[in-house]
Design a protein around this ligand. Sequence first.
Ligand code: ACO
Length: 191
Amino acid sequence: MEFPFDINHLFPERFSILDQTLVAGRKTAGMPHLQANIETVIDELGRASAKAQQLPASITSASKLQSQKHQLYLLKDGESNGGRGVVVGFLKVGYKKLFLLDRQGSHVEAEPLCILDFYIAENLQRYGYGRELFDFMLQHKKLEPVLMAYDRPSPKFLSFLAKHYCLTPSVPQANNFVVFEGFFVNIAVAQ
Ligand code: ACO
């Protein structure tokens, strides 16, 4: 995904982690144009993700990120676009209190890290970038994929989880979240 400004200037590292402050590893206070460009990138990514998932509205935007305690992992390719860089995609995570059903149908209250949004630019899908970004988040959070919950995963994402992390089948839930075999075993051990 190309932008009319220098992505390498905005995001110095291959991976950036953005939170409520929208800071990408540098101080943007006093640099309003950088802040505005970061907001443009997040809004554009959110729109593209919603379109790809056929959602009626974006679930990721700069203003939403500023008002929620979520984290957004962003992956860039610094060499493309004549050295100005392109944004490859993003992954948004956050903790949520959930009421889940285990395999026996018993209610379990948990507050796992949830995958809330995930998008790789259309022309860059199926080249391993999604895996690279997901693995970076796992390493940063020191977590296994089975310990997380997935908010309304798309068919492509379910295929991705089955292929890379052998996550299948899921334990049916009454809400939009998906958890996999092994989630409740680990919750029980942790409690
Ligand atoms: N059709 C089916 N499966 C796909 C597709 C596709 N078009 N694209 C990726 N996958 C799955 C497959 O398992 C694929 O393996 P295969 O090519 O051997 O079949 C695997 O992902 C490829 O792995 P990566 O290359 O690492 O994944 P990629 O960089 O494509 O990123 C992602 C995966 C994020 C799901 C990407 O395809 C995408 O952005 N899709 C559109 C948006 C989307 O559905 N996001 C998930 C929303 S749900 C949520 O966030 C909770």
